[in-house]
Design a protein around this ligand. Structure first.
Ligand code: SF4
Length: 331
């Protein structure tokens, strides 16, 4: 990762407080009652200027829902999102619209996000003119310079179908980065790519973020989180179960350790518990006296290790005064 200066003591770019999202699903039959499905259950998150934060977890853990709520693409059921101190989640759409240019989203489906009739260059020019308010005469050279920075100098006039998967991703990144965003939320921007192309897409994104911009990278690839992010939030069943800076500590939560250990058995896919700790059915630590507590009480995030490491974990087996490194016995 290119060195990025994190302004840890400056006002955050994003603050998420007590975020809750519940989806209403239709019953199986027309006469069945609707079901309330909790997708996010009390998430707190903070991104400092210059910081890249990973949201990791399996499908259905709530990471994409959190990222979409941060940018106002979904409304929360409860809780607050502040972008640069502004209560974003409470603003009506008309008030959000002129500020959206500063807060950009990179979708997972690059091909679906591109206009099949527009060349790579035209995509960036239109973005600069329509969203960035850039005069058309200036937009062309700026768009070309951005595409060249992202290694697409020879593909300026290619249509989306003529581009490789990695090149399509880089066009979507160029469109976002051309606007000099203050926050970028990237939802699995490398999914479906081979390892080399993944690296080049992340290099294009994180290496070209404006100084002071924050970034949330949603990923299920732990090597991306380890290699490109300053801090990692691991999610399970709509909750953050661990927050860790991998440059100073390793994950200690038994679920997060499975996620981050490339040699471990696959993450269990059995049903999660609906009371107490959701990981309980698969947790090797929930034994003896602890099992009853794990069954009855949802664990909350608590600090482990030195306070300066800002390492927090939600697990009854890991007490506040337990050091974060070395990690506890392997599951
Ligand atoms: S709270 Fe209990 S069940 Fe959950 S991870 Fe910790 S020990 Fe395992």
């Amino acid at each position: 990762m290119k060195a990025r200066t994190v302004q840890a003591d400056a006002p955050p770019v994003v603050t998420v407080q007590g975020l809750v999202k519940t989806f209403r699903r239709a019953g199986r039959w027309p006469w069945s009652p609707h079901r309330e499905v909790p997708a996010v259950q009390g998430v707190d998150l903070r991104v400092a200027p210059g910081e890249v934060v990973a949201l990791v977890g399996q499908s259905g853990s709530g990471k994409t829902t959190v990222s979409r709520i941060v940018l106002g693409l979904e409304d929360p059921t409860a809780g607050a999102v502040l972008l640069e101190g502004q209560p974003w989640s409470e603003l009506p759409e008309a008030a959000r619209r002129p500020r959206r240019v500063h807060y950009q989203y990179v979708p997972q489906d690059a091909m679906g996000a591109l206009d099949p009739q527009q060349t790579a260059l035209e995509h960036i020019v239109e973005t600069l003119v329509v969203l960035g308010g850039c005069p058309r005469g200036e937009a062309g050279p700026r768009a070309q310079a951005m595409l060249e920075r992202l290694g697409l100098g020879a593909r300026l006039h290619a249509l989306p179908r003529e581009l490789s998967g990695g090149e399509q991703r880089r066009v979507t990144l160029a469109r976002v980065l051309a606007l000099d965003p203050r926050l970028v939320v990237a939802d699995e921007p490398t999914s479906g790519l081979d390892p080399d192309r993944r690296e080049s897409v992340l290099e294009a994104l994180i290496g070209n973020l404006p100084p002071g911009a924050g970034c949330i990278l949603v990923t299920h690839d732990m090597s991306e989180a380890r290699g490109w992010c300053h801090r990692v939030l691991a999610m399970l069943a709509g909750r953050v179960i661990e927050e860790v800076d991998l440059s100073v500590a390793e994950p200690v939560h038994p679920y997060a350790r499975i996620l981050f250990d490339p040699w471990s058995a696959p993450v269990p896919r059995g049903p999660l518990a609906t009371t107490g700790c959701p990981f309980r059915p698969d947790c090797p630590l929930a034994v003896g006296d602890l099992a009853a507590r794990c069954a009855a009480e949802v664990p909350t995030l608590r600090t482990v290790g030195p306070a300066a490491h800002r390492h927090r974990v939600a697990c009854h087996a890991l007490s506040a005064d337990r050091p974060s490194s070395p990690a506890p016995a392997a599951p």
